[in-house]
Ligand binder design. Structure first.
Ligand code: GDP
Length: 366
């Protein structure tokens, strides 16, 4: 039997185990737009209903990309790459060429090694099964890198349409607004949404007599932490300007909490610095490892905030993963959607993050 995948998160659909990824009730298989139960709920909970597009239109839109010839521009959020990469992209877009664009570069510290960031982006895309022909770093808000990108799009599209695809909240509306303003001088043709799931889709911007730049509806990706936090908390965890390094000299058996949304434990190794890059507004608490569990139980939502009450109702439980890090240069421990911690040395750490928002390692960007 052909494998069915959720159009939201790309998980293989199954109808037997509600607790496992890809679960959908049997009746959902009859629907034209196949979503797992979780994506279905996220979609509706986040009022994607506001989008003036029915599920049927969404499917038509997506399959029309497969059937047409065009250039795919996949926008991702540099602060949440694993949460904003669309794993099912090649299945949705067929044979069309894909370029990968990392947005919100203005939020990263200026010292970030851009080349390494691009290499990392490319490897993340490859691991997700997405073959990309080029990678760009931009800031749609500031306009950084936009000229180079638009020139490249013009060369690569060879007279064809351009499809802009991205998960909700990656800055797709901001990006398209920028292009529209550039080409027409008009402002705010599409309303940008601060909150995920409210992007309006299907805007077509003429590129020449025959071709269009086509905005596609934001795709809900369940790995995005933004779907689990309240609007108030989202404002705290989303950096508004360049993130500043916060440095902690830690001995083993010490822990750091990032609000109450994530935590890192220093399990083994010599004293070393933990350099933290998170929204400047997210508070960081240092504690002894032996006290960390109690602190979490007793002070979640107070000293350890965010989460606020609203977020606590829907945030998945924290799960932990241990990492053995070798001393071959600095390593970043990446908490998707929140930030990262840069460490060095032969050390063992344990990282805690909301279930489904998987922590990963990369060669340090700074
Ligand atoms: P969409 O859901 O993908 O259409 O995303 P929006 O365009 O509504 O943007 C989501 C959030 O990210 C908004 O708060 C934007 O202001 C912000 N944003 C978009 N692009 C950038 C950028 O280049 N830099 C920064 N710092 N924020 C951005």
């Amino acid at each position: 039997m052909e494998e069915l995948r959720c159009q939201g998160c790309g998980a293989v659909i199954q109808t037997t185990d509600p607790k496992n990824p890809g679960f959908a009730p049997a009746a959902a298989l009859e629907k034209e737009t196949l979503l797992c139960k979780r994506c279905f709920r996220l979609k509706h909970y986040n009022e994607v209903q506001d989008v003036s597009m029915t599920d049927d239109d969404f499917l038509k839109m997506v399959s029309s990309i497969r059937e047409s010839k065009g250039l795919i521009v996949h926008l991702v959020d540099l602060f949440d790459v694993s949460g904003s990469l669309i794993n099912s992209l090649p299945r949705l877009t067929g044979e069309n060429e894909i370029i990968l664009v990392g947005n919100k570069i203005d939020l990263l510290p200026k010292l970030v090694n851009k080349r390494r960031m691009m290499d990392w982006l490319r490897s993340q895309a490859k691991a997700a099964g997405i073959k990309v022909s080029d990678v760009f770093l931009i800031s749609a808000v500031k306009g950084h890198g936009m000229e180079e990108l638009t020139n490249k799009i013009e060369t690569l599209r060879k007279g064809k349409d351009v499809y802009i695809v991205g998960s909700t909240n990656v800055g797709k509306s901001t990006f398209i607004n920028y292009l529209i303003k550039q080409s027409t001088g008009m402002e705010q043709v599409i309303t940008t949404s601060y909150f995920p799931g409210t992007t309006l889709g299907f805007i077509e911007v003429p590129l020449d007599e025959q071709a269009y730049l086509i905005d596609t509806p934001g795709i809900v990706n369940k790995q995005q932490i933004v779907h689990y936090v309240s609007n108030k908390d989202l404002k705290i965890i989303t950096p508004k300007k360049e993130v500043k390094a916060r440095v902690y000299q830690l001995n083993s058996n010490q822990s750091l909490f990032f609000g109450g949304l994530a935590r890192v434990d220093f399990i083994k190794g010599d004293k070393t610095s933990f350099i933290c890059y998170f929204s400047n507004e997210l508070s960081i608490h240092r504690t002894k490892l032996e006290k960390a569990d109690d602190l979490y139980v007793n002070h979640l939502g107070e000293m350890l905030t965010p989460p606020d009450e609203d977020t606590m109702d829907r945030l998945p439980k924290l799960t932990e993963n241990s990492f053995r890090i070798e001393d071959d240069g600095k390593t970043d421990i990446v908490f998707p959607g929140l930030g990262w911690v840069s460490v060095q040395g032969n050390i063992t750490v344990r990282a805690h993050s909301p279930k489904g928002v998987a922590v990963s390692l990369r060669k340090a960007l700074i």
